[in-house]
Design a protein around this ligand. Structure first.
Ligand SMILES: [Zn+2]
Length: 368
């Protein structure tokens, strides 16, 4: 505990937040948690999925072994979408990924209960390493915010944020049954508004563009995304994979576009995660792209978070792959920027969320 305070000295605003969080948790009856000594770990994981698109994954204790002495803390999300096994489409072949069948995906709300119960099955010291996330809502539904509220009131003391959930995602968005998710959907405004009210950070996936855009194609997605972020200045947003996808490649001006967003004070609540091995390979493509990415993070170190975007990992080696791919860029970061990217920004955002969400629960959930 003490070492947390000392190590955070460079970030005085959040000094000793873990101590406050633990104190508040104890006061509110949700159980005291002892946060790990984070100095020895390589990173905290700001983007992780315990389960896959058929809702399977390692037991949370196995995942703790995979984290081992390499990863200190991790956000803990399921996958909000379930791939249907449609016999008419694939017969006896059971698809395990959304690219393996034309059958639709559907929103699988039970993921939140599954994640909450997995978290609750841990000892307090183990729980302290996780920040569970609510994902099992349909972002086109005006009732989505009510689902988030229900998840908080059903499992008090558990959740720290919402996401990753997707609005525009190559191959996925058009496969989801029902109304297609859009950035300007009123339901999404309700979700972000409620998240801001509670203090839940939002991990949002929205590809920056469409696959294979024509030259000078109108960039409607990013423009509407900017409007969305501007409408919710009090909500902490983490834009997943800096907007990149498997085939949504960085436009020439990608880093310039992010730089412009970083320079705008009215977008200071927006953060960028560089998770996913696909993102890592794009950004580490050439020595020039490595240096461009490192320069941007060195200039705005408080706005970037590292994450693996691992989905139901089976081994530590597989789990750490994105970190290994980023090695050339990590070597070009200042010690302070590296610490913020890998651990300090995670601690700042999620420690604050733990305090705010527990306080919201205390004020809004009647004592049982
Ligand atoms: Zn993800």
């Amino acid at each position: 505990m003490k070492s947390d305070c000392i190590r955070s000295r460079r970030n005085l605003r959040w000094l000793c937040l873990p101590l406050l969080a633990a104190g508040l948790a104890a006061q509110s009856g949700f159980g005291q948690q002892t946060l790990p000594n984070n100095d020895a770990y390589l990173f905290h994981d700001s983007h992780f999925h315990l389960t896959n698109y058929v809702q399977e994954g390692p037991d949370i204790r196995n995942f703790l072994e995979i984290m081992g002495n390499k990863v200190g803390r991790s956000m803990l999300s399921g996958i909000p979408l379930q791939q249907q096994w449609m016999h008419a489409s694939t017969g006896d072949f059971a698809p395990r990924y959304y690219t393996q069948t034309d059958a639709p995906l559907y929103y699988y709300s039970f993921t939140d209960a599954f994640i909450a119960m997995a978290y609750r099955s841990l000892k307090p010291a183990e729980r302290a390493r996780f920040d569970p996330m609510i994902t099992g809502f349909n972002p086109t539904d005006m009732y989505a915010a009510d689902h988030i509220r229900r998840a908080l009131t059903t499992f008090p003391g558990v959740f720290s944020g919402i996401g990753e959930f997707s609005i525009h995602k190559e191959f996925v968005s058009s496969k989801v049954a029902g109304e297609v998710a859009t950035v300007n959907n009123k339901a999404l405004d309700r979700i972000l508004e409620f998240a801001g009210e509670v203090g839940l950070p939002v991990v949002l996936h929205c590809d920056v563009d469409t696959p294979f855009p024509r030259p000078n194609q109108y960039p409607y997605i990013v423009l509407k995304l900017e409007e969305l972020f501007l409408r919710h200045p009090n909500t902490t947003v983490i834009w997943a994979h800096v907007g990149l996808g498997r085939i949504v490649r960085p436009p020439e001006s990608q880093l310039g576009m992010i730089e412009r967003a970083l320079l705008r004070p009215e977008l200071k609540h927006v953060h960028f995660d560089i998770s996913w091995d696909v993102t890592a390979r794009y950004l580490m493509r050439t020595p020039e792209t490595v240096s461009m990415a490192a320069r941007l993070i060195n200039r705005f170190p408080e706005r970037f978070l590292f994450g693996t975007d691992a989905v139901a990992p089976r081994s530590q080696q597989q789990y750490l792959e994105p970190y290994d791919i980023y090695a050339p860029m990590l070597a070009e970061l200042t010690p302070e920027a590296r610490a913020m990217l890998l651990k300090d920004n995670y601690e700042r955002i999620f420690d604050k969320a733990r305090i705010q969400v527990r306080a919201w629960e205390k004020a809004n959930i009647p004592a049982r």
